[in-house]
Design a protein around this ligand. Sequence first.
Ligand code: GDP
Ligand code: ZN
Length: 296
Amino acid sequence: MNTAKRQGLVIARHRRELEIEDEDGETFTALVLGRKLRPLAGDRVLFGLEKDGTTVVHEILSRDSLLERIDSRGQGEGVAANVSLIVVVIAPEPAADWQLVDRYLVAAALMDTDAALVRNKQDLANNELDSRADTYREIGYKVVSTSTKTRQGLDTLANVLNGQRSVLVGQSGVGKSSLINSLLNREAQAVGELSERRALGRHTTTAAMLYRLPGGGELIDSPGVRRYAPKIADPTELGFGFIEFRPYLGQCRFNDCGHSIEPDCAVIAAVQAGSIQRARYQSYLALSETLARLRD
Ligand code: GDP
Ligand code: ZN
């Protein structure tokens, strides 16, 4: 019997059971021994076949990135590993929460992960939403317009996801399940009212799932990712999360400048010169206050 350790990719996580795919694409159901080892979808692991016939995960290989959410006790909890792209979905309905969009983008930037915006429900016109989305394009984010009803933009989205391991985040109801189904060409996710209930029920069975996209790339979906509230650990790093602030950071008079009321602030100067959008700056200030309140 071959007891050598092999490398695998975690493609689904149930409670203490994992579905693992080895380098040849063969799948295994494996057990995780011990409470300390907490593999996530997207993790590369070392696993082996035991003498009793069970497959056991021994080790998690080092992660390129870790997506963490805040659990009910305010602690960070891993939801997915080695994600390379965070896709923030917005729509006319429910109305976009731009503060939340910026929180996602900040979290992505601080974990050194690319981010993109999807403006879904393009079949529902909304000029205000479109012009605000355009401002993110100016900052340098990819913005893709889609409709799962008309299938507009789905090929473009598939191209953006190709070669990446992505997660879709965003408010409930913006169309994440619908987009996943459209991309996979099957009903992998229940849409609408059913989806929340299904997701809750699923929480006890499958905590996370990694899908291979027909157009290339992988997509991780899980209730944890669905309820993902971005964790921003260090408030002094907040400025780095606003990627268009970066050229100005380090040019303020004070090293620990909070870019709010300090004299000779390079960020405020850039806002006044029109190089940084006022809306994003306001969002920075609001987030900065929120984080300060959480700290106290
Ligand atoms: P999720 O909560 O983000 O997963 O959103 P769902 O995929 O469950 O979709 C929420 C609702 O929006 C459902 O009623 C969908 O039929 C609807 N929806 C999804 N995509 C579109 C779209 O492109 N256009 C329109 N008009 N409705 C959509
Ligand atoms: Zn400053």
